[in-house]
Design a protein around this ligand. Structure first.
Ligand SMILES: [Zn+2]
Length: 464
């Protein structure tokens, strides 16, 4: 125990983890092209943006004389990006039998969050949060680690599946009340819920002011329309509709879009996850040579490579099925766009091959490929998710008074969405991280991940 305490003290005192509360400092971004992502999207060319106390103080307003100047010439400023479907690892997410402890011992919060920041991702929605996710969030809030702001959802499931198991309406309602009490902001609905429990959960969550997002439970097979009850907030994968498809036609895609539209239910397609899954069903070669694998914690990396359920017992039929799913999901995205259903970007980061931060840019490209215009793609990762999360008074657009969560780009993302990868620097909560700083953080992370050679050395970590 003594060793644990001294280890914790060491972690808290080490310079890497120390509070970086420089957000009180003022910054001026000069001559920058601002893509505000308001609706309509107001662009301001060669603007002067002042950032102070973690907020956007002015755009083309008075300029303080004690501020750090950032040259924004020929650069583009966009709101910090939001990933609406992530699973950042915490010790709690380990399987039974593995040692557990505070969030930061196995999975250093900084190491988990660095790839997000390096990719301009400043807000996350964690769709299967645990008590340790609250620890992760608190570490970031306290300034012990630099990372995105995080919204946390409690996962409610039925049968004998994973998550909090609720098999009657009353259990479902109680689980929602518990989650609210524990501080969760959202409810994730999962596949094994009975129809009755699912409906009770959505009703209770609505009463308590919690939005719902999730899978469409298997219980609605053959009666999909009955899942679209009032306040079913968002479908967490386009795949949820594919599971209910019979003929995979455009007409069917349009019918699904209409169901969502009439119910006010949004869509988070997570195309990048299904593309990765299909690739791994074919072979693990792509995953093994993934350049971003070095930014994945060795434990997770080893799980992806050695216990890969998508590749295990794979068959040609399975690969063909995944290909059919992908094709249909592209049609779904287009049909939802045409029906006017808001679409948000989410990756399912944590699924094998879906690397936090980097994968959001993959998702943006896939959404463009599916038929969204670059501005619609950008809205799917900025204004729209901020609005769904209920934090659009703070983030999601570049407006005076909002939090300084910003990404400075070397090229215009409205010309080509791939330009969101050309990151010159990131503001998170008013703190400026230069491109060089972010590269150094990534390099350090890669080195640390490599040093541990994929082996999880609990004794070494505990100082035994
Ligand atoms: Zn997920």
């Amino acid at each position: 125990m003594k060793q644990l305490i001294s280890f914790l003290l060491f972690v808290l005192a080490s310079p890497r983890m120390q509070a970086q509360t420089s957000s009180k400092k003022a910054f001026i971004i000069k001559d920058v092209n601002v893509i505000a992502m308001t609706s309509p999207n107001n662009g301001v060319y060669q603007a002067t943006v002042v950032i102070k106390n973690g907020h956007i103080e002015s755009i083309n307003g008075a300029v303080p004389n004690d501020a750090t100047v950032i040259d924004g010439k020929n650069k583009w400023l966009i709101p910090g990006l939001i990933d609406m479907h992530v699973h950042p690892p915490t010790d709690f997410s380990l399987k039974p039998g593995m040692p557990t402890g505070p969030a930061s011992i196995t999975f250093s919060t900084q190491d988990i969050m660095t790839p997000y920041l390096a990719n301009g991702v400043t807000t996350l929605l964690n769709l299967n949060a645990s008590m340790e996710s609250f620890c992760q969030r608190r570490e970031i809030q306290k300034g012990y680690a630099l990372g995105p702001r995080m919204a946390l959802a409690a996962l409610l499931n039925g049968g004998t599946g994973t998550g909090r198991l609720t098999n009657t309406s009353e259990q479902g309602r109680q689980a929602v009340r518990d989650a609210k009490q524990e501080g969760y902001e959202f409810i994730k609905l999962y596949s094994q819920l009975s129809a009755e429990t699912y409906i009770a959960i959505i009703d209770e969550a609505t009463k308590l002011g919690l939005k719902t997002i999730g899978h469409i439970p298997d219980a609605f097979q053959g009666k999909l329309e009955q899942a679209f009850v009032p306040h079913f907030g968002m479908v967490a994968h386009a795949e949820e509709f594919s599971k209910h498809a019979k003929d995979f036609t455009d007409q069917e895609a349009r019918r699904f879009a209409q169901l969502a539209k009439e119910n006010g239910t949004w869509l988070c397609p997570t195309l990048t996850a299904i593309v990765q899954i299909a690739d791994q069903a074919r072979s693990l070669d792509g995953l093994k040579s993934l350049p971003t694998l070095r930014y994945v914690h060795p434990l997770l990396r080893s799980k992806w490579l050695t216990a890969n359920n998508y590749n295990k017992n794979t068959s040609l039929e399975r690969v063909a099925y995944f290909e059919k799913l992908i094709n249909f999901q592209f049609h779904l995205v287009r049909a939802f766009k045409e029906a006017g259903v808001p679409i948000v970007a989410g990756t399912d980061a944590g699924v094998s091959g879906v690397v936090g931060g980097f994968s959001l840019h993959d998702e943006l490209e896939l959404l463009e490929k599916a038929g969204l215009a670059p501005e619609e793609v950008l809205a799917s990762a900025t204004r729209l998710p901020a609005s769904w999360l209920g934090i659009d008074n703070e983030v999601g657009t570049i407006e005076v008074g909002k939090l300084a969560d910003l990404v400075l780009l070397d090229a215009n993302p409205l010309d080509a969405i791939t330009n969101t990868r050309k990151i010159s620097g990131v503001f998170v909560n008013g703190q400026w991280l230069t491109g060089a700083k972010l590269k150094a953080m990534l390099a350090e992370l890669a080195k640390r991940n490599l040093d541990s050679k994929g082996q999880y050395d609990w004794k070494r970590l505990m100082g035994k």
